[in-house]
Design a protein. Structure first.
Lengths: 162, 108
């Protein structure tokens, strides 16, 4: 059975700015785990996240997450598969599906960003995106941490870690 | 009220925290399913608590067919942590982490 989880944040930014921050490699290495991601923004396109220098020193492979773009509708919706290689357990799993929904609110210049994860037989992969019990310094934090930092970067111009 | 106030207020009730705990264990539940977890409350009471949690963005609802499913959203708790709690705990936690590393090194 598919297990669905949701992560939602309201950000004072335009949908276009949020789309750019998620999909552009010039932006997506400036918050969260600061690892660069590349998306071919069409159905069947390739998705890859590259290890940071720090991750490499821990022996991580060059590509730490890959997947296939299922849907790209800028600046509203992005769906891709997510197959992680941080551990052998994750590498052996089929992986999860990640959906980004970007919806402008009626007032106040706020945009609602929701991430939906759908998991099937991939508990180790799911545990990285939900953050588990891990401390940030030990690699924990997942999407709640990434979204909190993305909000900080887009609203104040600085990452929480700077 | 600020977003932080709304989240703190939503968390300041044992029935609402129980609802979050139950969603943490099993996400995507219906109202009827959640009602069974709080037998001391009426349906109206459970609905009222869920509405407060939804307004605080701690619960997200999604319509699947004719069913309305409730999901736990952990992001507002992370926001509180990063913007408010972290500044008081960070130094102490890192001191404890340093101590743990030193002790482990000694025993190695």
């Amino acid at each position: 059975m598919t297990k669905t989880q949701m992560f939602r944040v309201y950000i004072k930014a335009t949908p276009e700015a949020i789309w750019e921050a998620i999909t552009s490699p010039d932006w997506n290495d400036r918050y969260g785990y600061k690892s660069k991601s590349e998306y071919e923004l069409h159905g069947g396109g390739e998705y890859r996240t590259f290890a940071t220098e720090e991750m490499r020193t821990f022996g991580m492979p060059e590509i730490v997450i890959d997947g296939e773009v299922r849907e790209a509708d800028p600046p509203k919706k992005l769906v891709h598969t997510f197959h992680a290689f941080f551990s052998p357990e994750q590498a052996a799993e089929p992986g999860i599906v990640v959906t980004y929904l970007i919806e402008p609110e009626d007032n106040g210049g706020l945009t609602r960003l929701t991430i939906v994860t759908d998991e099937n037989n991939s508990p180790a992969t799911l545990s990285i995106v939900t953050g588990g019990d891990g401390k940030l310094t030990e690699g924990g934090g997942g999407f709640p941490f990434i979204l909190s930092d993305l909000k900080s970067l887009l609203e104040s111009g600085t990452s929480l870690q700077d | 009220m600020s977003d932080d106030d709304i989240v703190f207020k939503a968390l300041a009730d044992p029935s609402r925290r129980l609802l979050l705990d139950r969603l943490f264990e099993q996400d995507g539940r219906t109202l009827i399913n959640l009602e069974a977890e709080l037998p001391h409350l009426t349906r109206f009471g459970v609905m009222k608590h869920l509405r407060v949690l939804e307004e605080a963005n701690l619960v997200i609802t999604d319509k699947v067919g004719r069913e309305k499913l409730h999901y736990l959203n952990p992001v507002p708790i992370r926001l509180l942590h990063d913007r408010w709690i972290d500044k008081y705990t960070e130094r102490r936690v890192s001191a404890l982490t340093d101590l743990k590393h030193q002790l482990e090194k000694k025993n190695a």
